[in-house]
Design a protein around this ligand. Sequence first.
Ligand code: COI
Length: 349
Amino acid sequence: MNIDIELIQESKIDTVDFNNLAFGRTFTDHMLICDFADGEWKTPKIMPYGPLSFEPSARVFHYGQAVFEGMKAYKDDNDDVFLFRPDENFHRINKSGARLAMPPVPENVFFEGLKKLLELDNAWIKKGIGNSLYIRPFIIASEGAIAASPAEEYKFIIICSPAQSYYAGEVRVIFAEEYSRSADGGVGFAKAAGNYAAQFYPTSLAHKEGYQQIIWTDANTHEYLEEAGTMNIFFRIGDKLVTAPTNDRILDGVTRKSIIQLAKDYNIDIEVRRVSVAEIKEAARQGELKEIFGSGTAAVINPIKGFKHQNEAFELPEISDSYASFFKDKLLNIQYNKLEDKHNWRVKI
Ligand code: COI
């Protein structure tokens, strides 16, 4: 596939402190852009990372016709670069896009474009577990027209950001009682931009109470725990791990499905079933609730230290043999080419 390439004049890499990276604030030298117009995807371009210009009437600004993905590139001790289950991201961006009436991005644009971008910005991928390059592919409706209907012009863009951890400190959550993230038949399963914007206000209320995230409950009854919005969520009751099944309200997380597989590989008892607020509160009261942790590409695996529901707050115990650490260790070692990859999740670039 042909890619038009315009290289930067001078890299900004020397201005970056790779030991103090706030998530998603620093971007590499280049980005990829591919335009969709006249019913087809045009030749992709790689160009210096920088501002873009759009008509104020571009539909993405008015109707939120936008979907995205989160991926990471990892570098091993031999300077080889790997992606983790990238097919999942490719399929999911097009599944999300289909729900928002967007044309599918071709496989060669996604993969060959990404590969070339990573080759050019290879120096931005730092070695060592914990360092990675966060990759953000996204599709936006760029056509300038404000009728509320699907656009006829889109941009598929990939930008990359060197990353360390997503959550800097301890994470405590509120179980949602009033607001909802998604509804039956809605777009909750899609990585639609609006799914995230819709969480900002309720999450800001949680912040005021000292909680970093909300665990969303089902919109109909608020009785069942679904996902945290930036992460899928797992509960450890005794030695059993439980997570909600995906449905049209819940994101089908790549880290989530990898943990479920690893649990099976390592004979950890795992149940994929509905988890009620009442069950978790009762398990916490009985001292049976050992852990809650979130999973996601950006967050990897993040332990939840405590939760609140209806004015009752619970703290999770400190445990030495945590499942969160176990799975994080296994996943990272697979991602950084330090552990056998029996499911062929790693893809060398
Ligand atoms: C990811 O984990 O990659 C996500 O897309 C979550 C995002 C809110 C950072």
